[in-house]
Design a protein around this ligand. Sequence first.
Ligand code: SAH
Ligand code: SF4
Length: 355
Amino acid sequence: MNPYDNYIDMLRTGASLSREEFSDLIENRDKTDRDALQKAAVEIRRKIYGDDVYIRGLIEFSSYCRNDCLYCGLRRSNGNAERYRLTGEEILEAASYGHKIGFRTFVLQGGEDPFYTAEKIADIVSSIKERFPDSAVTLSIGERKYEEYKLWKEAGCDRYLLRHETADGEHYAKLHPEEMSLENRKKCLYELRSLGYQVGCGFMVGSPYQTAQTLAEDLLFIKDLKPEMVGIGPFIPHHDTPFKDEPAGSVELTLFLLSVIRLMLPEVLLPATTALGTLDPLGREKGLKAGANVLMPNLSPLSVRKKYLLYDNKICLGEEGAECLACLGRRVDNAGFKTRMTRGDHIDFTAKENK
Ligand code: SAH
Ligand code: SF4
């Protein structure tokens, strides 16, 4: 057997690859049978989640950020970014509208904005949970203190998304200002895990200075953390950042990695991201066919949509939640999958099988 197909077979049967094997697989991926890889990824996904695609409503509630990540349009040094904050009431209104049209998961995302104290966030989470006890709440607001994560868990928060961005320390330092560290990022993820959150990590594909070796590091870290969710999407330059002239990441490599991650963690919740849909009009559909099973349409009020710009040319800035949902529903159907508006929790398949 071709050694590269052998790697895929190893992943499919639950064996782990070494650092060298992962980077060899990525570097020489044109030598793998891509159809077979995708087929294996979709098959394993089908075994656990059927053809279901879970829909999460994304509420982008603050475009202020105290951080200065070099890749991101919301970085504090970007004086041209338009800044806004939604009030607790506006966030609840967005969730209410989402709930009315069928959403049962709300992802509250924003820049790292200290204006939202731990107590404010806890209030927002608990009011959504009180009003919509059938729904899951996910936070994605960056690095905070253990006590804050704890407070939000106690307020009813179910999940937390914090992409690790890159698991290679040197690479991390090239993407972030000095005051940020991979060590703290990882610490936050392990703390979230210990508090009982369903945790999501992830990274951009094709971020500047990324190599097959740093990607191998990412895959090993994911294998170690065993997150319930993994968010990966292509890097896309933003015109007001130091990386404005860097090339965007590749759709092809993103799809390849989605399949590899699906094989590595069969039960993982894996979104086909908006960034993927931005680089390729059928990117999200291709993501689903590569093994993804989550879509995260935008539920932010239309008045602020155009101000939450992490990267250039972001899609879906002009449609109401209901329109987005209808459009995604058609796309999911056409790709041969089924839209599910349920909470769509992570399934612990091995535990289920052993019962
Ligand atoms: N402030 C929070 C959440 C908002 S940013 C945080 O950083 O965790 C959410 C994600 O957007 C980041 O994790 C990053 O991976 C992604 N992102 C930022 N800039 C991007 C860019 N230029 N292209 C693609 N993705 C980007
Ligand atoms: Fe802020 Fe997140 Fe953008 Fe970094 S990626 S600048 S933390 S919004």
